[in-house]
Design a protein around this ligand. Structure first.
Ligand code: ZN
Ligand code: ZN
Length: 292
């Protein structure tokens, strides 16, 4: 079946790398996000070439495109902690190498934390860390995406201006492209109410003027358990949180967003939850265009 939208979910690679494509397809997805190692371990092995070949084969056969990798949660390239910083740089280097080996189109990275420093110096530290981890890395096929955050505690990246400043600081100095991933739950939690037609219009225009819509290939589609401005990163099933189906429909049917890659990171409370959320987005994507 040919779909008009690229919709998928964060998928397990347990047992075999190729399972990502097989499970995604079985759940009704035509794109997927994976971890390339354990998300809570500093060091992860490179994938075996035979496993990568099988994944590429399964992706081509089942049309699972693009493939997104989400980086490890421990990485904080803005860190000034003498023990955490080198580990973060090393771990991100590993992420880049694995993403290139696996043939993923996108690698999503959280911007880290400005703990014990100002936001400005943290942005500098982040840029230095990213450049250090990327030394000699050349990949025309890979784009690293900085993800916006809910802004809990000292998390960087809840303001689009911070994401733009990070990209600006490394622009022209990397052997791969850099862009952004926008998470709907994080956006609402950070205080941007896009649940009304006017709110959506203002979100799209601020994304375009601050980050450039062409630099945002991936959107994380998560409803939010917590209300607007809560700064709480709590994902909810589509339509069951504070964002609601109408707002997701407006995103999917927005003429300038419809061609993005939509990835669910919604809870898995029971078997089939991803398939249900994917079906919910597919359904909303078919609705006649809502005025955005
Ligand atoms: Zn996300
Ligand atoms: Zn989140």
């Amino acid at each position: 079946m040919a779909f008009t939208h690229r919709i998928g979910a964060h998928t397990s690679t347990a047992g075999a790398l190729e399972n990502a494509a097989i499970l995604a397809h079985a759940a009704g997805a035509n794109t997927a996000q994976i971890f390339s190692g354990s998300p809570r371990t500093w060091r992860n092995p490179m994938p075996a070439p035979a496993a990568v070949a099988k994944l590429k084969d399964a992706r081509a056969r089942l049309d699972v495109n693009p493939l997104v990798i989400h980086a490890n949660y421990l990485i904080n390239l803005a860190s000034i902690d003498p023990s955490n910083r080198p580990k973060s740089v090393d771990a991100f280097r590993g992420e880049l190498e694995r993403a290139a080996a696996i043939g993923a189109e996108y690698l999503v990275l959280h911007p880290g934390s400005y703990k014990d420093q100002t936001v400005e110096t943290a942005l500098d530290r982040f840029a230095e860390g990213l450049l250090e981890a990327s030394r000699g890395m050349d990949s025309a096929a890979l784009t690293v995406l900085l993800e916006n955050t809910a802004g809990a505690g000292s998390a960087l990246g809840s303001r689009f201006e911070e994401l733009a400043a990070m990209r600006e600081r490394v622009s022209g100095k990397l052997g791969y492209r850099i862009g952004f991933c926008i998470d709907t739950c994080h956006t609402l939690a950070a205080g941007i109410d896009f649940t009304t037609p006017e709110g959506m219009k203002s979100l799209v225009s601020s994304l375009d003027s601050t980050l450039g819509l062409e630099n945002i290939p991936v959107i994380h589609m998560n409803d939010s358990k917590a209300p607007c401005g809560s700064r709480l990163d709590r994902h909810e099933h589509i339509g069951e949180g504070h964002i609601g189906c109408e707002a997701f429909g407006r995103i999917l049917n927005h003429p300038r967003l419809a061609s993005k890659c939509f990835i669910l990171e919604t809870p898995v409370d029971e078997d089939g939850d991803f398939a249900r959320n994917i079906a919910a987005l597919r359904d909303l994507s078919k609705k006649p265009r809502v005025k955005a």
